[in-house]
Design a protein around this ligand. Structure first.
Ligand SMILES: [Zn+2]
Length: 395
């Protein structure tokens, strides 16, 4: 679950360490280190070209920087060279590029920022299989497995080893820092600076609920940004949470860099949700049609599903430890004061009853039977006239 306190501290550390010159220390140690430190400088210039490492892994060429302008029209598959592991080997990121025969908008589709979220990857693979570059104007960049070490463990967070096992939520670190104090923050920056930012005009960063939770077909999207709103409403989904959520989100960092972006949530974590995936494939194809990347009639959109848009998410949080019985389902409308869950101890005695503090719609609910004090049991999406920033939220 989210950790609101981590971000300011990390941000402070990143600034301090950068200020004392981590690059200079690395450069002083040996010639190889010097070369590495030099190559770690941010690569903001999209005209610098695609850099091939010379390696080929499982038939895929390895790149350390991508410039889609270099590529021939067609479908391309690469491994992007991410940050090094303690063993000295690297985490590679799977990248697909569909480059159209004509120029046009450049769309980024991203999955695997959290490693326990599987349906996003399948959604993007399904979209990419339907693309014919010969018929396309512009390009689609698919970055499929951003947090490889988290994916290997079916875990939300990146297992960093610098100070003993330390789990880092990479979706609180974007745009990252290539000279940052941990591998995850450096990896975030490599992906952001050398893959995404130079190659996309619009982006969609697909997620699911966190482990232990389930969600409706849902977006986290800034509806105050017209270009984001236009894309978000092209999905035939149930709900939109109109809120900037956290600093450090990939979508927020992209917006700050001038790339309209939002965060769909494709139901439950850990599984391929074959009921929900087609909804997000259809919406994504609608976005590609909207931007003129592919031709064809727009499919079902939010107009067909009467999307409920809320600007606040009310968390119902466990106050006791024990076994939880939820009394409401996803999408149910609840009233303020309505009983939504009871909790029993090991003897079967009721130790807590929980009510919703607001009237709204159930957006997410716990699926694991147990909860400890502080565990989120339910999120109720609702509206308040004034938005005031970051909230606990299971993206
Ligand atoms: Zn996520």
């Amino acid at each position: 679950m989210p950790d609101n306190d981590a971000f300011p501290r990390r941000d402070f550390l990143v600034s301090s360490i950068t200020a004392v010159g981590a690059v200079a220390l690395a450069a002083g140690s040996n010639p190889a280190g010097a070369q590495e430190a030099k190559s770690a400088a941010p690569n903001a210039d999209p005209s610098s070209g695609t850099l091939y490492s010379g390696d080929v892994i499982q038939g895929k060429k390895v790149i350390s920087s991508l410039d889609i302008a270099d590529l021939e029209p067609g479908m391309h598959a690469f491994y992007f060279q991410g940050v090094q592991m303690p063993s000295g080997q690297r985490w590679y990121v799977s990248v697909l590029v569909a480059k159209g025969s004509k120029s046009g908008k450049r769309i980024g589709l991203i999955s695997g920022v959290h490693g326990d979220e599987m349906s996003p990857m399948h959604t993007i693979q399904t979209v990419m299989r339907q693309l014919d570059p010969a018929q396309m104007s512009g390009s689609v960049l698919a970055v499929l497995d951003v947090s490889r070490p988290a994916i290997e463990g079916m875990a939300r967070r990146w297992p960093n080893s610098g100070r003993g096992v330390d789990l880092i939520d990479i979706n609180r670190t974007f745009p990252g820092n290539e000279n940052g104090p941990d591998a995850a923050t450096r990896h975030a920056a490599l992906v952001f600076n050398r893959l995404l930012r130079p190659n996309i005009d619009y982006a969609i960063d697909f997620h699911t609920a966190a482990t232990g939770m389930d969600m409706t077909a849902f977006h986290l999207a800034r509806m105050d940004l017209p270009e984001v709103k236009a894309m978000a409403e092209l999905y035939p989904i149930s709900q939109i949470f109109d809120n900037p959520a956290y600093p450090g989100l990939l979508a927020s960092a992209l917006i700050d860099a001038g790339v309209p972006a939002f965060t769909p949530e494709i139901g439950a974590p850990r599984i391929l949700d074959h009921n929900m995936i087609p909804v997000f494939v259809e919406g994504t194809l609608n976005v590609l049609k909207h931007h003129g990347v592919i031709a064809g009639a727009i499919g079902r959109t939010g107009k067909d599903t009467n999307i409920f848009v809320g600007n606040r998410a009310h968390p119902v949080m466990a106050s006791e430890g024990g076994f939880v019985e939820l009394l409401v389902n996803l999408k149910d409308k609840v009233e303020a004061g309505q009983k939504v869950a009871i909790q029993r101890n090991t003897f079967g005695e009721v130790v807590a009853e929980y009510v919703s503090g607001v009237a709204g719609e159930v957006a997410a609910r716990r699926t694991d039977a147990t909860a400890e004090p502080g565990t989120m049991l339910l999120f109720v999406l609702y509206n308040e006239p004034v938005k005031d920033g970051a909230l606990a939220y299971p993206e």
